[in-house]
Write a protein that binds this ligand. Structure first.
Ligand SMILES: [Mn+2]
Length: 389
């Protein structure tokens, strides 16, 4: 049986101030085309449908469109869960009505969640949707005061899914969690402060496949059958070298007292703007940019120039219109190497000028430059005598 596993759509997300909704819509159109081609038994979205609890209306419209196209247009069921960015109540709105049409929207944790039962020529497959819930929420929903950390809360949900799997059926679990050892990116929000949110991969023992969300880099998490699909797009510059994809999973025939064979294929869905880091002097980057066929990528420019540059962002945007961020590692290193800066509340003008000159140029001012500065200040003093008490 074939399943398509995706996660971390983060609809409504901003990238350095730009709304990504049109980018997300373009990639999701490619997903719809892939679903039409692959004809999976179900499409899985493993949490973080939206970037925040109250998403912008464009994001809600986009999700509505994509789910309708897949569920109603193509007749393929969708199983989606709330992630740590989603509002469980909002994601779960109308869940009972949706389920009738083949759309499982698991928002709040439910102590009696029934799996979606699928079947192929090999028999039944139970698809379990376990939404993200913090330990306090799990204690309340499961009426179990012993659930003090994320591992215990998840374990409680997983045990219920195991118990709800019909005898002889294959079992697939959809969850949103941080499995110990997974490689993270800058765009994930930690599940708890201090890194106590991780769970061991052994929690998922006994499932034929586990479709995870939360970590944005596609990867295995303890064995080939426990996987992160990764996010829809690159949501931070730290992800510039990742290949974003959706995972097509083929679950084989059930194995008595064992696990079904699982084959996995990662299918890349190209984004309209790639996310890139480029490095060089301002002049070099601008020269290269004039013949760069991918000028419309989102760019982080790391400028290696020393000394002052006049408005580098505007100049870069003349060739790379989507320059989102400029870093000056050389200039910052030089500034850090110059030691302590004068306290602006106590230092005199001459001292502040000398420091600013060093900061901008990287060199000490000459006696002539200091004298010229002093003359200007002196002239201003005479034109505008200090009136403040
Ligand atoms: Mn996420």
């Amino acid at each position: 049986m074939r399943l398509i596993h995706t996660a971390d759509w983060h609809l409504g997300r901003l990238f350095h101030g730009r709304h990504l909704t049109t980018d997300q819509a373009a990639v999701l159109e490619r997903l719809i085309a892939l679903v039409a081609e692959v004809r999976p038994a179900a499409v899985i979205v493993a949490g973080d449908l939206y970037d925040r609890g109250v998403p912008p209306t464009e994001a809600v419209e986009l999700l509505d469109h994509v789910l309708s196209e897949i569920v109603l247009g193509l007749g393929v069921p969708v199983v989606a869960i709330a992630g740590n960015h989603d509002s469980p109540e909002r994601v779960g709105f109308g869940a009972g009505l949706c389920r009738e049409r083949g759309l499982v929207m698991a928002g709040q944790l439910s102590p009696s969640a029934e799996p979606l039962l699928l079947a192929d020529e090999h028999g039944a497959l139970a698809l379990h949707a376990l939404p993200f819930a913090a330990p306090a929420e799990a204690r309340y929903r499961y009426e179990d005061d012993s659930l003090h950390d994320h591992a215990a809360a998840l374990e409680a949900g997983v045990a219920r899914a195991r118990a709800a799997t019909p005898a002889g059926a294959r079992a697939v679990l959809v969850a949103h969690a941080y499995v110990s050892g997974a490689t993270t990116s800058e765009s994930e929000r930690p599940l708890s402060l201090g890194g106590a949110g991780d769970v061991p991969a052994s929690v998922f023992a006994g499932f034929d496949y586990v479709a995870l969300g939360h970590i944005h880099r596609p990867q295995r998490a303890g064995g080939e059958r426990v996987r992160y699909a990764g996010s829809l797009l690159k949501y931070s510059f730290s992800e510039h070298d990742q290949r974003k994809s959706v995972t097509v999973v083929e679950v084989g025939a059930p194995v008595p007292d064992g696990l079904a064979a699982v084959a996995v294929e990662q299918v890349e869905l190209a984004a309209p703007h790639d996310v890139r880091r480029i490095e060089g002097t301002l002049a070099e980057i601008i020269a290269r940019g004039r013949t760069d066929p991918a000028r419309d990528d989102y760019i982080l420019a790391r400028l290696t120039d020393r000394g002052a540059l006049l408005d580098p962002l505007s100049r870069l945007r003349e060739v790379y219109p989507w320059t989102m961020k400029v870093e000056r590692p050389e200039a910052e290193r030089e500034a850090a190497g110059r030691g302590s800066r004068p306290d602006p509340r106590r230092a005199g003008e001459a001292e502040l000028f000398a420091d600013f000159f060093r900061y901008v140029t990287g060199d000490d001012s000459s006696p002539a430059e200091r004298a010229a500065f002093a003359a200007v200040v002196d002239k201003l003093r005479r034109v505008e005598p200090e009136t403040a008490p």
